[in-house]
Design a protein around this ligand. Structure first.
Ligand SMILES: Cc1ncc(COP(=O)(O)O)c(C=O)c1O
Length: 370
């Protein structure tokens, strides 16, 4: 029942004509070389494409490998990308600092400012957003953003990492390309790095060509771990969403917590969107502001026992990070303020532990540092 792990980097042919034909085709005419295609990686790509409802998928060594390959595949020097401000720190630094060195520039807009986005799209090459923005977990209105991108005749590219295909399939809401850090919910066990791009065969081909030329392809063992993770994806996402809601409700009641951000809370501005976009759930990630700024946020995290300070999300264990100090260090003070990231902001990724144990751990750490 377990899929075979094919770790071969290369494949031999007894007849050189077939070898030459397969090499010219790169994929689809027999396996030649694992940077081009590998059976275990193909199985992983097929599974993610099925989950996202796309014609195909291309796997990468990490989420950033996948995201940067999309931009390099679709854009040339002189092109401009419109991106929402609610982005993972390295996605922001790629767009803001690195791609401009190759003549590809970005305009950043708040994901709710549809007027500014519509204006910025004039002459742009693509629109880029996250389904649930990092780190304050605001939900993007994907159908509206897709409408704006279609009006401008360009693709909407969606990073669906925080939602996972168990909650949201962006192509059903008008997106053309979906990307994941498979390191998170898809892998789900804190033991692999991976990324995946899902799209039509036509849009995928230039992305796959970048992967072949630059080489950020997924290792077969990580594809195999990814398939193992996918088997329990819906169960894990449902459980961590239900627990995250309980934790968010508890945090809301406590002195010492200034704000709680979670789309599943009725008080959240994102709440009206979750029925249509996230299957009525809020996801497994929430954020909150600890009163007392960076110093108290640090002491609070060190006082936790069950929840571990670590930089990832979407896995079996609950992890906490200080956003300004860990995931968004690429942003200066003004950029942090414009992204709404305060000094006391902590992001909590809820795992599969007992909800009561998690709430006790948070309450204990808050009391110990009060
Ligand atoms: C929303 C989002 N996209 C992309 C990435 C990058 O993924 P990876 O660490 O697999 O390169 C991350 C990493 O935290 C992320 O949170």
């Amino acid at each position: 029942m377990a899929p075979p792990l094919d770790s071969s980097s290369t494949y031999s042919f007894s007849d050189t004509e077939t070898f030459a034909r397969a090499s010219r085709a790169k994929t689809g005419a027999g396996y030649v070389y694992s940077r081009w295609a590998n059976p275990t990686v193909d199985a992983f790509e097929g599974a993610v494409a099925d989950l996202e409802g796309t014609e195909g998928a291309e796997a990468f060594a990490s989420g950033m490998g996948a995201i940067s390959s999309i931009f390099l595949a679709l854009c040339s020097s002189g092109d401009r990308i419109v991106a929402t401000r609610q982005l993972y720190g390295n996605s922001y630094s790629l767009l803001q600092g690195r791609l401009p060195r190759y003549g590809i520039n970005a305009t950043f807009c708040d994901h709710d400012d549809h007027t500014a986005i519509a204006a910025a799209l004039d002459g742009a090459r693509l629109l880029y957003c996250e389904t649930i923005g990092n780190p304050k977990v605001q939900v993007a209105d994907l159908p509206h953003l897709a409408g704006l991108a279609h009006d401008a005749g360009i693709p909407l590219v969606v990073d669906n990492t925080f939602a996972s295909p168990a909650l949201c399939r962006p192509v059903e809401h008008g997106a053309s390309i979906v990307v994941h850090s498979a390191t998170k919910f898809i892998g789900g066990h804190h033991d692999l790095l991976g990324g995946v791009v899902c799209a039509s065969v036509q849009l995928l081909e230039p992305v796959a060509a970048v992967a072949r030329d630059l080489g950020p392809t997924l290792a077969p063992f990580n594809a195999w771990l990814g398939l193992r993770g996918i088997a329990t994806l819906p169960l894990r996402v449902q459980r961590s969403s239900a627990t995250a809601l309980e934790v968010a409700r508890a945090l809301q009641r406590w002195e010492g917590i200034d704000a709680v951000y979670y789309p599943g809370l009725e008080s959240s501005p994102s709440y009206p969107l979750i029925g249509a976009l996230l299957d009525g759930r809020g996801g497994g990630t929430l954020a909150f502001e600890v009163r007392g700024g960076r110093e108290r946020a640090g002491a609070f995290q060190e006082a936790l026992g069950l929840i571990r300070p670590a930089a990832s999300l979407g896995g079996t264990h609950s992890l906490i990070v200080h956003s300004a100090g860990v995931t968004h260090t690429q942003l200066g003070p003004e950029e942090l303020a414009s992204a709404g990231i305060s000094e006391g902001l902590c992001r909590l990724s809820v795992g599969l532990e007992d909800p009561g144990d998690l709430i006790d751990d948070l309450a204990g750490a808050l009391a110990a540092t009060g």
